[in-house]
Design a protein around this ligand. Sequence first.
Ligand code: SF4
Length: 327
Amino acid sequence: MDMIKLADEIIGGKRLSREDDLTFFFDFDNCNLQNLCEGADKIRKELCGNHVDLCTIINGRSGRCGENCKFCAQSAHNCTGIEEYDFLDEDKIVEDCQKHVRQGVHRYSIVTAGRNLSGEAFDKAISAYKRMDKECDIELCASHGLLTQEQFNKLHESGVKMYHSNIETSKRNFPNICTTHTYEDKIRNIKYAQNAGFSVCSGGIIGMGETWEDRLDMAISLSELKVASIPINALMPIKGTPFENLERISSDDILRTVAMFRYINPTAYIRLAAGRNLMPECGKSAFVSGANATITGDMLTTSGNNIEQDKKMLDTMGFDISKKSKF
Ligand code: SF4
């Protein structure tokens, strides 16, 4: 397979779909990783430009989640000893957001553990978003699980532009990672968010025992859902979760996944998330293999990367990390 030719066709308007045979992406004998990454980088350059989008998150409510996601430190079904707390104080959130504005981060999101956010905690989130919208020069994102259409409408009115809701894996593999909610719940949630006017940030985690077909299916599903941003996490197995003994995914497999996602989602943000540190030099090679966004700062439960180091690395690589957003 000539990957540069395919990249040129995608730049010219071709789009890959479920009807195409795309198994060549993981035909290791005939799809050379270096060529695949070169083609992905070409697509990124031509269709997305040179800007890298930087986001950060605050864990607004931690632990005691009733859902049973097998990868997650915050599930009450898993014994991880994670710190547990209710919705954070508004001043603390706004102060943290302002700190990230000063550090040049482009997006800020409150993330909360739990199936959803409701009642007093939801009202507190709305109040915090309204204040940040007024006081902080930053794009606001949110991640609060499965919301109702009415809640999405209210959240959108508070100044939040992007909603995060991972599909996590393929439809086939989803019951292997969680049984307290379904893949269909996730899809409905994304559609509600889009109905309310949100751009959607949705991706998943690789290295949870899925096949390459599952990863391909996830990439195609996200393209069909027209999501704006696709976070790719590599599982960092956490002690006390059912996945604690899974082998860590290789750096080459992360790169192949990132590149494949770029061919299938040529104009989306392909966002590096947890597990970047499984790659040499904090995932530097992924930024020339299709990635054009990243979570930075201190991430939820897996070690993240220092914002200044990320900015320096990206600047040295010739990327534009000034404030600029297409969503
Ligand atoms: S719903 Fe969210 S917080 Fe709860 S276990 Fe699943 S991933 Fe973790």
